[in-house]
Design a binder for this molecule. Sequence first.
Ligand code: FPP
Length: 250
Amino acid sequence: MAIYSDEEIRAFGLDRDALPKHIAIIMDGNGRWAKKRRLSRSAGHRAGVDRLRGIIRMSSDLEIASLTLYAFSTENWKRPSDEVSTLMALLIEYFTKEIDELFSNNVRIRIIGAYQDFASPVRSVIERAMKRTENNTGLNLNIALNYGSRAEILRAANLAMRQAVAEGKSEITAEMLEGNFYTAGQPEVDLVIRTSGEHRISNFLLYQISYAELLFPEEFWPDFSDEAYLSALRVYQSRSRRFGGLEGNA
Ligand code: FPP
């Protein structure tokens, strides 16, 4: 593991103390990246997966607490079946090939979303990855699979309601709701990055991003380099976050 020193972080133009604790990324633009090169959409997704290694490594080395990646939404089932199959095959390949490196970098893998709906080869590879890394203490890598924020909120509300009924209470609290999110116990999202110049949130972590800074870099996901990531972090640090208060009171 190569945690960056303060000096290296300063050389990137960053302040270690003001780094986001939780970064969420919508990895958009694989299809357009491929089209521009007259390649198949599958080739675009493969290039997208290749970009994961650098971004995860850098997040880990910067000691970011949580990185959440939107890999497959509840709406992505609407894509042509061969594209869905490609994404599933890439998931299996990714977890099989990368698990040793993720493990040795102390990354803890968690899947957020209703991954139980996936076919058993996908399910078993992701369950193995979660199990293998469950005692790791470094970066929390949340991979959103069959994820939709509205469904997550509804699920959490129902779980919290059952808890309330069992405890004889007539209302649920914010803590009960948040405690039933897939991201329970992790810091709130500080920064959302959606690549490819699209300005939408697309049902991603709607509750958790309430006070997040939003960045929409133009690069397609496979072109979102380590340098582009650092540049996004510099923009984040240049913004003043007030959480509804006044300057200096945050
Ligand atoms: C959006 O690009 C991207 C996706 C729907 C899939 C993102 C998934 C990956 C990068 C692979 C994830 C795999 C692992 C192992 C975590 P798009 O196809 O919608 O791009 P377009 O808008 O240009 O068509």
